[in-house]
Design a binder for this molecule. Structure first.
Ligand SMILES: Cc1cc2nc3c(=O)[nH]c(=O)nc-3n(C[C@H](O)[C@H](O)[C@H](O)COP(=O)(O)O)c2cc1C
Length: 188
């Protein structure tokens, strides 16, 4: 059966460079026979523990998509050397139990294989990738991180004003290797 890889882009921006980065990885995965889909989570509400139950419909939907995936691959911008709030909000919802009040029970993220990538400024997303790697290293979700902090790339300085970035061969090759490593991890 084809492996299902769910992409989560940490930017809601229409012309997101991280979405663009993800498209190279999608090509690599599809060429190797995997299925790729994108998680649409723009309608997930801000987490408020007062409104956790009944679970909002958008949250039930995104949790199910994560449960149904063999792996998730996060492509995220770096905001202030960390993760964007929208992404953290999504991960917070995903980290809560699938069954109401079943604390200690499984979450959508439990046991999930995870890959990370980022395109950002000079830091190549080191800040966001290391914080995400830390988040997925906590024992309670028992995640397997493929290639650790994953692929990082820096935007060409003019990309910030032109909205156009040229992705280097080195970045494309790093993504291809990561895609191969991810599929290998799922096959093991
Ligand atoms: C609030 C905010 C904070 C940012 N902080 C950083 C940062 O700490 N490091 C960095 O390399 N780029 C930073 N950037 C620049 C983003 O990496 C850049 O805008 C990137 O294109 C956003 O990703 P996207 O194109 O996928 O939306 C920041 C941008 C915003 C809007």
């Amino acid at each position: 059966m084809a492996k299902k890889i769910l992409f989560i882009v940490g930017s809601l921006r229409d012309k997101s460079f991280n979405k663009e980065l993800s498209e190279f990885a999608a090509e690599d995965l599809k060429a190797a026979g995997a299925e790729v889909s994108y998680l649409d989570y723009a309608d997930v509400p801000l987490f408020d523990q007062d409104d956790e139950y009944p679970t909002p419909a958008a949250v039930t939907r995104v949790r199910q998509e994560v449960v149904d995936a063999d792996a998730i691959w996060i492509f995220s911008p770096e905001y202030n050397y960390s993760y964007p709030g929208v992404l953290k909000n999504l991960l917070d919802w995903l980290s809560r139990p699938l069954k109401d009040y079943d604390f200690g029970g499984p979450t959508a993220l439990s046991g999930k294989t995870v890959a990370l990538a980022s395109i950002a400024g000079q830091s190549a997303g080191k800040g966001v990738r290391s914080k995400l790697a830390e988040l997925f290293s906590f024992d309670f979700t028992k995640n397997t991180l493929v290639d650790g902090e994953g692929t990082g790339a820096s935007l060409a300085p003019e990309a910030f004003t032109t909205g156009v970035n040229t992705f280097s061969e080195e970045t494309k090759q790093a993504l291809a290797k990561q895609a191969a490593d991810l599929l290998k991890a799922l096959a093991d």
